[in-house]
Write a protein that binds this ligand. Structure first.
Ligand code: NG1
Ligand code: MG
Length: 547
């Protein structure tokens, strides 16, 4: 199982490049980073860690409802060169970035009383003084180093428990990233994963404690919450576990599983099959998730959980008083699924999803037709939950700030169950075609994948309302420019789209997109490649140790 493999530490650069599936382009960047580190910090780095961004091919906004998703790592990544520093405060960090707009930062973790010091006002005299690691992360005005601090947290909490009274080594870090920020390609997860790895490596934890890839994913998910976004685990899983040439089917229920799945196209035994490629196109609308989370991302998390709670009540599914049951959890109980590895039994999951798509109708406000207001006020949602005001607010709203007049329980649940079903169909197409190069339900593999991508875009626009006018326009242009399918990827509200394009048509596709999309006019060469580029599934994290 891919998630239970240890994180390999390479000591030979040739092996690193082989793992990446290419190329001199990479070699130059790794060399340049090591050289610049030496010039700035006066010594060779001890390690370089790499974590790629990802493009999500299928399964949008359903990971935090614990449904399986289908992303793949991309070639763009975050590299971090690091080495222990001598003669500095224990645990202190100097972090610089090759890109000038990200200014150098210095910080150090401190031990802070969690509930105020004993004797302070409001703290009982006999209180046990608890302490926790603390790093200042201002989520309202998040600086780039916030992601590095987030990566540090998990390492501190897991490997430097306060009772042992040990500190991590002081460290110098140099970052070089090529994942565009705020574009739905998970630069944030790549930053958090790569810095988590750097702190693990430099404190000798990677080699001494050999955490598995799954453990790194879990730590990175917890870490990313420190920057204020209650994300699911898709991005971190894709960044950590992916294999070059394959997409990754990641399921979360009842525990994380990841399965590399080859995409249709030429196979070793049938090299002449047609080939298609995924093209990412940035709408150039930056979605600053940390800033807008309260009426976008985190609101969707709350709506999905609210929908699950109300659905459970309506379907007579038992839920613990303070349990935050997910839409996946409701389905499991409603369908009486046994709780061992159930998402590995894809056929049963599909049957459950088809059933749930029908059951979701019970979340429609009485008599409301499509086009009417399908959402409910906070008061109604609480009433429907049967929990009472205080308990509902404590369980669902005390840990997150959200802002909305209406909560769209019906639409969000409908998106989740139909999208989860589309993920499994997407996976089926890939598996069927890989094992026998025939057609899928009368279509070519690429046509079938394209249809599923378009349905997903439609559902994100209509039911999950996470696209936006520019993204909608771009996907439309992509279809006109000949894509098999096209959809928003990542959190949305701007950011990138992903389109499936015949490999031989990529250049003309890009030319037509450039012509059609206003913000691309006048962009040439590298500037154009920054915003629209073809990408092949790349491999996940990699650590190189200088010897
Ligand atoms: P982006 O914004 O593309 O990194 C976010 C979440 C994912 C997933 C997608 C929507 C984070 C770190 N990631 O991805 O877990 O929910 O949105 O499918 O917030
Ligand atoms: Mg992100």
């Amino acid at each position: 199982m891919a998630a239970s493999l240890p994180i390999h530490v390479y000591t030979n650069l040739e092996d690193v490049y082989q793992n990446l599936g290419t190329s001199l382009k990479h070699a130059e960047r790794w060399d340049n980073l090591a050289r610049t580190f030496k010039a700035r910090f006066g010594r060779t780095p001890a390690y370089i860690t790499r974590a790629p961004g990802r493009v999500n091919l299928k399964g949008e906004h359903i990971d935090y409802s614990l449904f399986g998703v289908f992303p793949c790592a991309i070639e763009r990544d975050i590299l971090i060169a690091c080495a222990p520093a001598s003669d500095r405060t224990p645990g202190s960090v100097v972090v610089e970035n090759l890109h000038k707009k990200y200014k150098p930062q210095i910080f150090a973790p401190v031990r802070k009383p969690t509930f105020g010091a004993v004797g302070e006002e409001g703290v009982p005299k006999d209180a046990v003084q608890l302490q926790a690691w603390h790093l200042d992360i201002n989520t309202a005005e998040l600086g780039w180093e916030g992601y590095v601090k987030a990566g540090y947290y998990g390492v501190l909490n897991h490997y430097f428990p306060l009772e042992l009274d040990s500190y991590p080594v002081p460290v110098d870090l140099l970052v070089d990233g090529t994942v565009p920020a705020g574009s739905g390609l998970s630069s944030s997860a790549a930053m958090v994963v790569s810095s988590t790895l750097a702190f693990l490596a430099v404190n000798s934890i990677l080699e001494d404690a050999t955490p598995t890839k799954g453990a790194l994913v879990e730590m990175a998910v917890e870490n990313e919450k420190r920057v204020g976004v209650n994300s699911g685990g898709m991005d971190q899983a894709a960044s950590v576990i992916s294999l070059a040439g394959s997409a990754l089917y990641v399921s979360f229920f009842p525990k994380l599983c990841a399965e590399p799945i080859p995409l249709p196209g030429p196979q070793p035994d049938s090299p002449d099959l047609p080939s298609a490629i995924f093209v990412c196109a940035n709408s150039l609308v930056v979605s600053d998730k940390a800033v807008h989370a309260k009426y976008q991302y985190n609101l969707r998390v709350v709506e999905s959980l609210g929908a699950a709670r109300v659905l459970a009540v309506r379907l007579g599914v038992e839920v613990g008083t303070r349990e935050k049951i997910t839409l996946r959890g409701v389905m499991a109980r409603f369908m009486n699924e046994p709780l061992d590895h159930i998402d590995e039994d894809v056929r049963k999951v599909k049957d459950g999803l088809k059933r749930m798509v029908k059951e979701v109708e019970c979340l429609r406000p009485d008599g409301a037709e499509d086009g009417d207001q399908l959402g409910v006020t906070l008061e109604t949602m609480i009433e429907w939950s049967g929990m009472g005001d205080e308990l509902f607010k404590d369980v669902y709203l005390s840990w997150v700030e959200v802002e909305a007049t209406h909560f769209q329980l019906y639409k969000r649940a409908m998106h989740c169950y139909t999208e989860a079903l589309r993920v499994l169909k997407f996976r089926d197409v890939c598996l069927t075609i890989a094992s026998s190069p025939t057609t899928y339900q009368g279509m070519s593999a690429f046509e079938a994948l394209g249809v599923l991508m378009n349905e997903s875009q439609e559902s994100c626009a209509q039911f999950y309302e996470c696209t936006g006018p520019e993204v909608d326009e771009l996907t439309k242009l992509a279809l006109e420019a000949g894509a098999y399918g096209s959809r928003v990827t990542g959190a949305g509200w701007g950011g990138c789209i992903v389109s499936l394009v015949d490999e031989s048509q990529v250049d003309s596709f890009i030319a037509r997109m450039k012509e059609g999309y206003g913000p691309y006019h006048g962009l040439e060469g590298e500037a154009l490649q920054e915003v629209i580029f073809a990408t092949k599934p790349s491999s996940g994290v990699c650590v190189y140790k200088f010897t």
